[in-house]
Ligand binder design. Structure first.
Ligand code: GLU
Length: 447
């Protein structure tokens, strides 16, 4: 069997053994196909069954999350934690609270996390979790009761040296706080390295909140510089208005670009003069409101219902920071027709496989999620280091390390692509660079 046949076989078995898990299939398909030249050069990965092992999670935990809403009614949600790979460190990855969450989505995210975490060069394995709980419209007390119930079960499976969850969609500082409070009570110990994205009063890291968005812009800026393009004065469209989008907007604006659009799951705003981020922070971080409310502060801006239209806005740089599959082939074609220069993925897998292919074929500078948004989890690993040291670093120290990490991820991905005959393709490069460290650790640790 040659490398191509081997990869084909692993994909075929994966689809057969995980029926209906389309998001997981897509993520695995992208990574495995990138690895054909790697297996060609190093048949040991085939001989030792590394690929069929790496696509099977080490452990999947699924549990009931019962809680009581404000009217006294009993509610039940599904809880998940997929502990995918611990070859290079404790499982690490966020928790997502969103009605769309199912096993396939958590597995795709956990699988991506293995390679992303490896790319950071820090010692963290891959995992992901969450629930189909919908935080939208829930009161603060309901959020607290849900988080406590979720942690009551999750606490049996995690620990600072075992598995370290963090935030993702629907999970920010407030939720991590409630979860940590419950964990501490159950363990009767101050083990704050068990979660990252914590508040600054109990072991959180400065710059963690900003890290994914800032890291994305550091990565894109590095990619632009390497191609002799200046970020200054570029028109940028960013989808989403959560943590990633807000801090990508902040950094891009600071570096002289003009961000003209942001969105949420209901629609998008367009502000020709450039988004006023203080307003967005007030709406999203303080009031927990909808992006539409931006018009109350800036009547000149335009609001459009629905999310897809955001990609019809002419821009030099597109930063999808909302969710998976938000850029399909149609949107990619419009972006390309509108002469987009670069696309940087802040969300996880925001471009479909067809959209990715179009960007690469049309020579658009494309920064894939697992490289470009790795700044968040990298800074989580820095938070773990600080917790172990029982110390905290300054904002500048953490931000400086983040900058270096993003630069290294860019060049490691670029060089891996070159070495394996796919020069300029950062999708392939990131997959290969992330894979090699994990695969070699697995080889050394035996079957
Ligand atoms: N949810 C983020 C991600 O997709 C961060 C995970 C973490 O900090 O552990 O990488």
């Amino acid at each position: 069997m040659n490398a191509k046949e081997y990869v084909g076989q692993v994909i075929e078995d994966l689809v057969k053994n995980n029926p209906g898990e389309v998001e997981f299939h897509a993520a695995a398909y992208e990574v495995l196909n990138s690895l054909i030249p790697v297996v060609e050069k190093n048949p040991v990965y085939m001989e030792e069954g590394i690929l069929e092992r790496i696509v099977e999670p080490e452990r999947v935990i699924m549990f009931r999350v019962p809680w009581i809403d404000d009217s006294g009614k009993v509610r039940v949600n599904k809880g998940y934690r997929v502990q995918f790979n611990s070859a290079i460190g404790p499982y690490k990855g966020g928790l997502r609270l969103h009605p769309s969450v199912n096993l396939s989505i958590i597995k795709f995210l956990g699988f991506e996390q293995i390679f992303k975490n490896s790319l950071t060069t820090l010692p963290i394995g891959g995992g992901k979790g969450g629930s189909n709980f919908d935080p939208k419209g829930k009161s603060d007390r309901e959020i607290m009761r849900f988080c406590q119930s979720f942690m009551t079960e999750l606490s049996k499976h995690i620990g600072p040296n075992v598995d370290v969850p963090a935030g993702d969609i629907g999970v920010g500082g407030r939720e991590i706080g409630y979860m940590y409070g419950q964990y501490k009570k159950l363990k009767n110990a101050f083990e704050n390295g068990v979660l990252t994205g914590k508040g600054l009063t109990y072991g959180g890291s400065l710059a963690r909140k900003e890290a994914t968005g800032y890291g994305l812009v550091y990565f894109v800026n590095e990619m632009l510089k390497d191609n002799n393009i200046d970020l200054k004065d570029k028109r940028v469209v960013i989808s989403g208005s959560g943590n990633v989008a807000i801090y990508a907007t902040e950094k891009a604006t600071e570096l002289g670009a003009k961000v003209v659009a942001l969105s949420d799951s209901s629609g998008y705003i367009y502000d020709e003069e450039g988004i006023d981020l203080a307003i967005v922070k007030e709406i999203k971080e303080v009031k927990r409101g909808r992006i539409k409310e931006y018009l109350n502060y800036r009547p000149k801006a335009v609001y459009t219902e629905g999310c897809k239209g955001i990609w019809t806005i002419k821009c030099d740089i597109a930063l999808p920071c909302a969710t998976q599959n938000e850029i399909d082939a149609d949107s990619a074609k419009i972006l390309i027709e509108n002469s987009v220069i670069a696309v940087g993925e802040g969300a996880n897998m925001p471009s479909t496989l067809e959209a990715q292919k179009l960007f690469i074929e049309n020579k658009i500078l494309f920064a894939p999620a697992k490289a470009a948004n790795a700044g968040g989890v990298a800074t989580s690993a820095l938070e773990m280091s600080q917790n172990s040291l029982r110390m905290s670093w300054t904002f500048e120290e953490v931000d400086g390390k983040l900058k270096d990490i993003m630069k290294n991820i860019y060049y490691n991905s670029k060089n891996a692509a070159e070495e394996y005959g796919n020069s300029g393709n950062l999708i392939v490069g990131a997959n290969i660079a992330g894979f090699l460290k994990v695969a070699n650790a697995m080889l050394e640790q035996g079957i």
